[in-house]
Design a protein around this ligand. Structure first.
Ligand code: SAH
Ligand code: SF4
Length: 359
């Protein structure tokens, strides 16, 4: 089987074409055919040379297959994808006024072992390839075009499904570059958000390598002890260092950093927590997303009360930090971003990680 076409950034494809002596337009034609025109058949355009057609035939165009589709009443769609080795991942389409945000997975499972996260209960099975990340988008888009014509535009991409995107840096970087290529899907960088738990080896590479996409940092607590419990890699990569790396990412376009704050009842939802968060972020270009915890069996945490969420937000409003409470979508199908599950190993007694193994 040849190289996967969907694995290749535009530059990679251009180099391959060049090395075969193909005209420079070949890469553009191919990107246009497969990404802009959403074709799935062999590239067959009139100005495509025999040599270029032959080259196309050396590539493979396999994509992950949709195994199951769960639709909820609020139009959220959860896909279970089957990968070539039989492993499963999930992708979610989140509706917003007849348009969608797609929530992509970056790994099968996750090595970070966060105590509140369904994915974390599985451990890391493997990284996804670029082709598998790009494929989630393409297959979700194809499903929408077929099943919800006229109501089928994916406007935003968030890397908030299974996995820690910065632990799989190369594939995430290349997939973002493919999404943004002007010859392909042409998505603007500010429509793409990569969320991280604070994995510094990835943050260190961001400035030089990552295309100009948004960053979201999973904060969850400004306090060391609490953050250590929630996000065990906080012990190895402490929040203060993480924030320094995040702030060092140039924000030429004066974009905000989104700080995600998972709100857990009577754990990190007090006015003290809110004030400390406000103090930490008050002079930064920050947006805060308050995410009410979505419980799952054996999680050991609880969902916060609505009134408590509102008071928490009110305190942050007083610090003049734009704060949103995330509306949970697709609850019934367990489709909340970051709450995707393809088989949890951790049981009720073992809900919180005892040993921390930092990748
Ligand atoms: N690994 C990355 C991105 C995937 S998780 C990260 O941690 O940032 C995406 C978001 O979903 C994170 O902010 C995470 O805290 C959140 N999340 C995980 N489990 C959740 C749950 N049970 N309820 C609500 N949000 C959850
Ligand atoms: Fe991994 Fe993110 Fe879940 Fe933590 S919250 S275990 S980093 S997917």
């Amino acid at each position: 089987m040849g190289d996967s076409f969907y694995q290749l950034t535009f530059l990679d494809l251009q180099k391959k074409c060049e090395s075969r002596g193909l005209p420079p337009a070949t890469a553009r034609h191919m990107y246009n055919w497969y990404y802009k025109k959403h074709q799935r058949t062999l590239c067959d355009i009139h100005n495509f040379s025999e040599a270029a057609k032959n080259f196309t035939q050396t590539l493979n165009f396999d994509l992950p297959q949709i195994d199951q589709v769960h639709e909820s009443a609020d139009k959220t769609v959860k896909f279970l994808f089957r990968l070539h080795d039989g492993l499963k991942i999930e992708t979610v389409l989140i509706p917003f006024q007849k348009k969608y945000t797609v929530c992509l997975s970056s790994q099968v499972g996750c090595a970070m072992n966060c105590s509140f996260c369904y994915t974390g209960t599985q451990g890391l099975k493997r990284h996804l390839t670029t082709q598998e990340i790009v494929g989630q988008f393409l297959e979700s888009q194809k499903w929408l075009t077929t099943h919800r014509p006229g109501d089928d535009r994916i406007l935003n991409i968030v890397y908030m499904g299974q996995g820690e995107p910065l632990h799989n840096f190369d594939a995430v970087r290349d997939s973002a570059s493919i999404f943004m290529s002007q010859y392909g899907l042409s998505l603007a960088g500010h429509k793409i958000t990569v969320s991280t738990s604070g994995y510094i080896p990835g943050l260190e590479r961001w400035k030089a390598e990552m295309p100009d996409v948004n960053i979201a940092l999973s904060l969850h607590s400004p306090f060391t002890e609490k953050r250590n419990e929630l996000i065990p890699i906080n012990r190895k990569y402490p929040l203060a260092d993480v924030i320094e790396w995040v702030e060092a990412i140039p924000q030429e376009k004066k974009r905000f950093v989104t700080y995600e704050y998972l709100v857990l009842k009577e754990f990190n939802d007090s006015p003290t927590d809110a004030h400390a968060t406000g103090e930490l972020l008050k002079n930064k270009k920050a947006l805060i997303n308050l995410i009410p915890f979505n419980p799952f069996p054996g999680s050991g945490y609880r969902r916060p009360d609505e009134s408590v969420l509102l008071s928490f937000k009110k305190i942050l409003d007083d610090y003049k930090i734009p704060t949103m409470i995330r509306v949970t979508k697709g609850d019934k199908i367990l489709a909340a971003c970051g709450q995707l599950n393809t088989g949890s190993k951790r049981d009720a007694q073992n809900a919180k990680p005892a040993n921390i193994s930092v990748p």
